[in-house]
Design a protein around this ligand. Structure first.
Ligand code: AMP
Length: 215
């Protein structure tokens, strides 16, 4: 079973998915993380995707299909929290057509307003080694910009630079927001107000997901 975690860049999908993984034993599949791993490994797919990612643009659907199917295969039989896919209606249809074990049970939308998103993304920093997430103001890294979890160097993601953030939010509005309508039409859309504190959002998210298991 798949639960799609949807929301703009900076809405907290990755953070909330990590919390649900440690609390509930679900598996997180992040297409952004999978693509960054491909880039690190210097694979052909990673090299092709890198330019789009640096610019904050969407990587072509045929590459995402490869990434997605490999990740789903690796997590067979588990409840999957899908973070970062689908990002357009074509991808939503592709996922729906996979069917079987890959059926989408719900799309949970972490809803956060534009001003808050820009503040979160422009202050975000990540550990280059383990991927842990920080924020210059709300959750600063350790002394000397070191990761408090693994000691790695904490840096700004290239696509969190101000001009790239603007592109990503624009892409989100034009291409990804229609995906929410797609899931509304399918009767499986749920909204959670993502603008509140992490643990409060987490509590709500957990209730929504537990509700799915009972329904
Ligand atoms: P994320 O870590 O989810 O913010 O993704 C980082 C970047 O990876 C995005 O800005 C896109 O360039 C690319 N990406 C991740 N998921 C997708 C997707 N489903 N479709 C197209 N591009 C994607």
């Amino acid at each position: 079973m798949i639960i799609v975690l949807s929301g703009a860049p900076g809405a907290g999908k990755g953070t909330q998915a990590d919390l649900l993984v440690s609390d509930q034993g679900y598996r997180k599949v992040s297409t952004g993380d999978a693509l960054r791993n491909q880039i690190k490994a210097k694979s052909a797919l990673g090299l092709e995707a890198e330019g789009y990612m640096k610019e904050g643009k969407l990587v072509p659907d045929h590459l995402l299909f490869k990434v997605l199917t490999a990740e789903l295969e690796a997590n067979k039989g588990r409840t999957i929290l899908l973070d970062g896919y689908p990002r357009n209606v074509n991808q939503a249809k592709t996922l729906a057509n996979l069917g079987g074990e890959s059926q989408v049970r719900a799309c949970v939308h972490l809803d956060v307003g534009q001003v808050e998103l820009v503040a979160r993304l422009s202050g975000r920093r990540v550990c280059g080694a383990c991927g842990a997430s920080y924020h210059v103001e709300y959750a600063p890294p350790g002394d000397g910009d070191k990761c408090t979890k693994c000691g790695g160097g904490v840096v700004q993601r290239p696509d969190d630079a101000a001009d790239k953030v603007a592109v990503r939010l624009d892409v989100y509005q034009r291409e990804t927001m229609p995906v929410l309508d797609f899931y509304m039409g399918a009767g499986i859309y749920k909204r959670v107000d993502g603008a509140r504190e992490t643990n409060i959002v987490f509590g709500d998210l957990k209730k929504v997901i537990e509700g799915l298991a009972k329904a």
